[in-house]
Design a protein around this ligand. Sequence first.
Ligand SMILES: Cc1cc2nc3c(=O)[nH]c(=O)nc-3n(C[C@H](O)[C@H](O)[C@H](O)COP(=O)(O)OP(=O)(O)OC[C@H]3O[C@@H](n4cnc5c(N)ncnc54)[C@H](O)[C@@H]3O)c2cc1C
Length: 439
Amino acid sequence: MDNAGGSSVTYLSGTGWVDRPTTLEPALSGEVTCDVAVLGGGLGGMAAALRLAEHGRDVVLVEADLCGWGASARNAGYITPTLGSDPRILKTFYGDRVRGLYRFATNAVSFTEELIDGHAIECGYRPTGNVAAFRRMTARAKPGRRSVVGDAERLGIPPAFPGGMHIKVGGTVNPGQLALGVRETVRASNVRVFERSPVTGVVDAGDGVRIDLPGGRIRASQAILTTNAFANELPIAPRNLSTPVWVTAVETGPVTSGQLDEAGWTSRVPITTNHFVMQSFRLTNRGTIVFTTRSLQTARRPRADRMPDQAVVDDLMRGFRERFPTLADIPPARAWGGWIGLTPSNMAVAGQASPRVHYSLACNGHGLPQAPYLGTLLADRLCDKGMHDDLAAVWRKSRRFAPGVVNPVTLRLGWLADRTLDRADQFLNRNQIRRSIRV
Ligand SMILES: Cc1cc2nc3c(=O)[nH]c(=O)nc-3n(C[C@H](O)[C@H](O)[C@H](O)COP(=O)(O)OP(=O)(O)OC[C@H]3O[C@@H](n4cnc5c(N)ncnc54)[C@H](O)[C@@H]3O)c2cc1C
């Protein structure tokens, strides 16, 4: 398919990071019994299932398609200790809880690094940290124990970013390799895995849980719901738990080392922006650049086979060319997208949908490290290991959630606000540069 610039972009219905495996686990048929059923085989569900099996539980994992093939294999691959909101806003709304939330997010990064190491998963992990770019250099930004603040030159990022904070925690992976690596670990474990097995109903019957699927039924003592953007499709999930949001990713053709130096990206450290809807730019181990987000879309019901829209791909390309003008001739090569589930608080959350059905939702765009960590903490709790402090930080006692504010109108307004601020920033930053030249 051609994009507006005339170059050829391949639009993918899956992920661009890895090829889809050809060997699938069988679909569930007939009646199956187990101690715990895990519903949804993303990183969150797979990590929960692995931990339950480590504790000796008889576990069944059911996945609508192929384990790991949802957001887990399609994301931008950032492993960061980030929460979904500005720290000042978090402090205002969450007060004393903020410390616990940051600890959860930081421990999620170490957990995922250990997951990669412990299972020797080849996913090209580069522990570079990442640069959170500022819109303007500000005297208020203070470096921390593991962060450096500086202008673009100091941080080795292109001059179209005025500067930022290099947070030296985490890094990037090939998320497709990570998700499929965890899938192989689960397949080699005692977990009974069923793929192409969409759950259609969950009933907590008081003495156990009944889970219905097209080919059969599971009877389990307990269940964990980890279906991310699809959470609201099952009526047992708390209402408004998840708003489905479609995120698009674009990958360029190959870029040479000389071109990156010329662009000013000498540090090669991945970059995120602090827009209402952030943008992210990172290098891949195959010498290309992947950028995501900027234009988000939503739908009442997520469709698993959705493809990226050309208009969004074109908009992402515009954002890329503004920040990397010397790479303006590098064509986009591929585009794909995935569904994330936004919670009303824009933060990870876990709780009980009923006495025997737990849920976790750690997406909100930062779930690559947080989903598997939260799934693991929840598995520990089900195995009588108590409530870990990090689980307590995101635990939700009430089943009631206020409706989220994300809808097509607010997403469009956010996009317009970001573009207006971009223009104001460009003007102010140009003047700042002129003034510093005169001085
Ligand atoms: C383009 C993009 C970029 C992103 N970038 C980043 C990033 O750089 N860093 C970061 O931290 N996060 C990022 N994210 C978010 C991150 O990918 C997710 O937070 C994380 O993968 C969530 O994992 P999960 O297991 O909760 O969900 P998923 O991986 O979505 O897994 C849920 C699974 O449940 C299955 N399912 C749904 N309904 C049913 C059903 N009824 N029955 C059975 N199975 C069902 C689905 O098929 C799916 O496989 C990004 C996401 C996208 C889409």
